[in-house]
Design a protein around this ligand. Structure first.
Ligand code: ZN
Ligand code: ZN
Length: 399
């Protein structure tokens, strides 16, 4: 039996007029009618989930035990191997002025010349530490620090908002002193290289914001949890474009192929992703697919964009796919309300379909109905065990 779990990142929203409430989604509607809906608290009631901790929880791993920093997932997703003692970071290529005031943390979300800019600051050696960086999508990338005496006890250089200065990395305890020094020196050298780089001159000439500084955040370290296949007894594959999601899946030992056309953005090729799911479902029992566009639109406060992405997903991704599976779950990893432009603690609507499910009276996957759904309110960590019973992979408790 085959199960499909689709996470539409940041799917939930606020107010009575949410993108899901008003979107035209005939395919999802038909499965909501046959199945049941409900609400999920990815981490716990009142918690604002990060995408990293939320995915761990929803895939059945307690983030309070297994979360070792976002950077580890970004680096794994970008194709780096993490060794014991390494420290990895998420990187944003950003735009700063001469005084290092951050003008745009995402350098216009434009990847023109980005591969070359990342390559220009790759492979630095600073005080015995080797620093690798690589580009993933848009303004995003990962950095890997390798050397002696490193630690994750270091603060971010990313101020997390615009019109603020680049942060000076500081040690959070004594173990972080060396890496903080190296990180500050890396940032200074990178700025010197990037500010005069030809790719930035071209960006400026085209009217694109320059990408003249790497902002690092989310230091993470190597850790090997029990593989998902072993824990739950199913062969599992991940179909995603974004590095973070591929990284979480790799961390849990999912097979995580690179999907041609999957970009981890709202312009991703949804047909290519659907075809990838159809291809891999032959060899895998549990398919985890991730769609990022909903979250990006939520952060940008782009209500119409979020609604349009949901409608496009219904047509290009869900239609012709959901009926191939014995169990289908469609939900989000958290809410990213367009009115808030950030993640929020609001529970996410969830659609659960299985061939022999008890259907409820809800007819759509949306906030307006999810609260009356038959699944009620569940926690993220409950989801995989529920799926596993419907595909006969669960064990009885007691006799
Ligand atoms: Zn997310
Ligand atoms: Zn987000």
């Amino acid at each position: 039996m085959k199960a499909l779990l689709v996470i539409m990142d940041g799917l939930g929203d606020r107010t009575d007029k949410t993108p899901l409430n008003v979107a035209n989604t005939p395919c999802l509607d038909s499965f909501a009618k046959k199945g049941m809906t409900g609400l999920m608290y990815p981490i716990g009631i009142g918690f604002i989930p990060g995408s990293d901790t939320a995915h761990l929880a929803i895939l059945g791993y307690d983030p309070f035990v297994y979360y070792k920093g976002r950077g580890a997932f970004e680096a794994l997703g970008a194709g780096f191997e993490l060794k014991d003692g390494d420290v990895a970071f998420r990187v944003n290529m950003s735009t700063v002025d001469d005084n290092w005031n951050v003008l745009d943390r995402r350098a216009g979300r434009n990847d023109f010349g980005m591969k070359e800019l990342f390559a220009a600051i790759d492979n630095m050696e600073i005080d015995g530490v080797n620093i690798r960086v690589t580009h993933t999508v848009e303004h995003r990338g990962a950095a890997l620090f390798s050397g002696a005496n490193l630690s994750v006890k270091v603060s971010n250089t990313d101020p997390h908002r615009e019109n603020a200065k680049v942060e000076h990395a500081g040690a959070l305890d004594k173990s972080g002193e060396h890496i903080a020094k190296v990180l500050n020196e890396f940032t200074r050298r990178a700025y010197d290289i990037l500010k005069n780089h030809p790719a930035n001159k071209e960006r400026a000439a085209k009217g694109i914001k320059v990408a003249n500084i790497p902002l690092l955040r989310g230091p993470g370290e190597c850790f090997r949890p029990e593989p998902f296949e072993k824990k739950f007894g199913v062969k599992a594959v991940c179909v995603a474009g974004g590095a973070l999601y591929k990284g979480v899946a790799r961390y849990l030992s999912f097979y995580t192929p690179d999907i041609e056309g999957a970009t981890g953005t709202k312009n991703t090729n949804l047909v290519a992703k659907k075809n990838a799911v159809l291809k891999y479902m032959n060899d895998y029992d549990f398919v985890f697919a991730h769609l990022k566009g909903t979250d990006s639109c939520g952060h940008d406060g782009d209500f119409e964009g979020k609604k349009a992405f949901i409608e496009r997903a219904d047509k290009e991704f869900f239609d012709g796919l959901l009926d191939k599976f014995d169990v289908v779950v469609v939900t989000g990893d958290h809410s990213t309300p367009c009115v808030a432009k950030r993640h929020s603690m609001d529970p996410v609507p969830l659609l659960f379909y299985a061939r022999d499910i008890r259907p409820d009276e809800t007819t759509r996957l949306c906030e307006a109905q999810a609260y009356k759904g038959g699944l009620g309110r569940i926690l993220g960590k409950d989801l995989v065990p529920i799926i596993m019973d419907y595909i006969n992979k669960s064990n009885m408790f007691g006799e």
